[in-house]
Design a binder for this molecule. Structure first.
Ligand SMILES: [Zn+2]
Length: 204
């Protein structure tokens, strides 16, 4: 299993055009999906040491990634899931494109803009909540383009940056949504509700 993992990551490294083309990540995920499932299944059975700790009511996690623990390849499944998330997020780009087209016809009509926020609330507020901070908020040299980053390979010293061009609508949508919702406060009752929720959590 270990050799297959190493080979798969080396294969991915070869596919890197820095940034990655979207299709190459999708291809790699497809190609190694069986390996992913195999490792995932394997890591779900507790190793003997973990079973013993569990039986004694102790926290069970072979944190050192010891040679015998079934969870020792989780670095691979975690990485695979991060890359997969990048592809899933990109699927939202076409919806964001439609949303932006609608937005551009509403000029400054607050009623229409509010309906727009309601319509796209799940994407703008839930799905993209921390997208910028998690995937675009890193520094690059001057003049370099920031491409969305989805995890670092556990071996081979490379990260998964997927070409920004596949996410242009999504990134622009995210800006527009946050501007309307937080700065212009076009949907104030929802904003208030959220702020109250945050305060409740802060008090607890
Ligand atoms: Zn273990």
């Amino acid at each position: 299993m270990k050799l297959q993992i190493i080979n798969s990551l080396n294969h991915l490294k070869q596919l890197n055009d820095n940034p990655f083309a979207l299709q190459k990540i999708a291809y790699w995920l497809y190609e190694y999906n069986d390996l992913y499932k195999e490792v995932k299944n394997y890591s779900e059975n507790l190793c003997e040491q973990c079973q013993e700790w569990k039986a004694n009511g102790l926290p069970y996690d072979c944190l050192q990634g010891t040679e015998y623990c079934t969870k020792r390849y989780r670095y691979f499944t975690n990485f695979y899931e991060e890359a997969e998330y990048g592809i899933k997020m990109q699927e939202l780009d076409s919806i964001c494109k439609i949303a932006l087209e609608e937005y551009n016809t509403y000029s400054n009509n607050d009623v229409l803009l509010k309906n727009w926020l309601i319509k796209y609330f799940d994407i703008g507020y839930n799905k993209l909540a921390v997208f910028y901070y998690d995937h675009l908020d890193y520094s690059v040299d001057e003049g370099e383009v920031v491409h969305p980053h989805f995890g670092n390979s556990p071996i081979g010293e490379f990260g998964v940056c997927i070409d920004r061009m596949y996410y242009e609508n999504l990134i622009e949508f995210d800006d527009v949504f946050k501007m309307l919702f937080y700065e212009r406060k076009i949907y104030p009752e929802k904003l208030k509700e959220i702020e109250e929720e945050i305060q409740k959590v802060a008090i607890l």
